[in-house]
Design a protein. Structure first.
Length: 321
């Protein structure tokens, strides 16, 4: 029984891989329809960055598109505010909708297909794929050559951005891959790991082929910006006395660094001191650090001086004071 108790504690910690962001969607602008939108598209797997029921994308086919990929326990609506930041700078977005309990190979294949389909509607397809947390694993795997269903369009101009992605595997899932424990529990361990994480329960471990053989980026990907977060000491929620009651430390730096990925050609590694949710923002927490990185690296356009005040007002509207 002690073995099972320890296993339960270890596996249930997987639920913290990316706690849902507490965004008040009603307070945010709708970034799904920019003023320049000229086409209404239905692309399986892609939708506006909100939790509405209409999956129609309204885009300008002459302009680049940013695709946002959420992490586990997330949804397309979790990036509504970040999409609003991009929209303010004239950049259009779509969010990738997937079941975060599916196999990561399945989800990444769906994303690759969605990118190919979207490209058919763009005059000169330029796409930036931005994935947070487990969404970063899905995003990168979608853009590698050595997969059974790679990107087919050789003319897409792609950029990849990953934020707080556990490229070396999730440490709290390591017991799920322990051979001796799998035998000792007569399969109960596998069942419990699946119950918590779904079909990707083994893929997220450091022992999986998914992690150990990340693949080479497709030639269409001309850049990978990998943002790692030093989450030590971060806190998501404090009580009235100032004591931390909910940590924002999900992945350590070792989990986010894996030489075949973070040391690969075309990859720029940047480290930011920020919590796991803090980096992408939530209600009451504006992602100033990520916006700064994105603007310095050309992911988000620079804010013109004459629009600085309006941008600050938008951030208050999106994230709160």
């Amino acid at each position: 029984m002690n073995l099972i108790y320890v296993l339960l504690l270890l596996v249930f910690s997987l639920a913290g891989c990316a706690t849902p962001q507490r965004i008040d969607a009603s307070a945010a602008t709708d970034p799904g329809r920019l003023p320049s939108a000229q086409s209404a598209l239905a692309v399986p797997g892609l939708r506006p960055c909100n939790d509405g029921t209409d999956p129609t994308l309204h885009i300008d086919p002459h302009q680049p598109v940013n695709i946002l990929v959420h992490g586990c326990n997330g949804s397309t609506g979790k990036f509504r505010t970040l999409a609003g930041v991009l929209a303010f700078h004239g950049q259009q977005t779509a969010c990738f909708a997937y079941n975060d309990r599916d196999s990561l190979m399945v989800s990444s294949g769906q994303l690759a297909t969605a990118i190919d389909l979207l490209a058919q509607h763009l005059d000169s397809p330029q796409v930036t794929v931005i994935g947070h947390s487990m969404g970063g694993l899905v995003a990168r795997k979608a853009l590698v050559t050595d997969r059974p269903d790679p990107l087919r369009n050789a003319h897409i101009d792609l950029r990849l951005v990953t934020v707080s992605a556990p490229f070396s595997g999730i440490a709290t899932a390591r017991m799920c891959a322990a051979p001796a424990l799998r035998v000792a529990t007569l399969g109960f361990q596998d069942l419990l790991c699946w119950f918590i994480s779904g079909d990707n329960w083994y893929e997220i471990t450091s022992a999986s082929t998914f992690i150990r053989q990340p693949g080479r980026l497709a030639p269409q990907v001309h850049r990978h910006l990998a943002v790692a977060t030093d989450e030590r000491g971060s806190c998501r929620r404090r009580d009235d006395a100032g004591h931390c009651v909910e940590s924002d430390h999900i992945f350590n730096l070792a989990e986010q660094r894996y030489p075949p990925v973070t040391g690969a050609p075309r990859t720029t590694d940047i480290e930011v001191v920020a919590g796991h949710v803090e980096i992408v923002g939530e209600s009451g927490v504006t992602p100033y650090k990520l916006i700064d990185v994105f603007q310095r690296e050309g992911i988000i356009r620079a804010t013109p001086p004459e629009r600085q005040a309006a941008f600050r007002a938008l951030l208050v509207q999106l994230y709160g004071p």
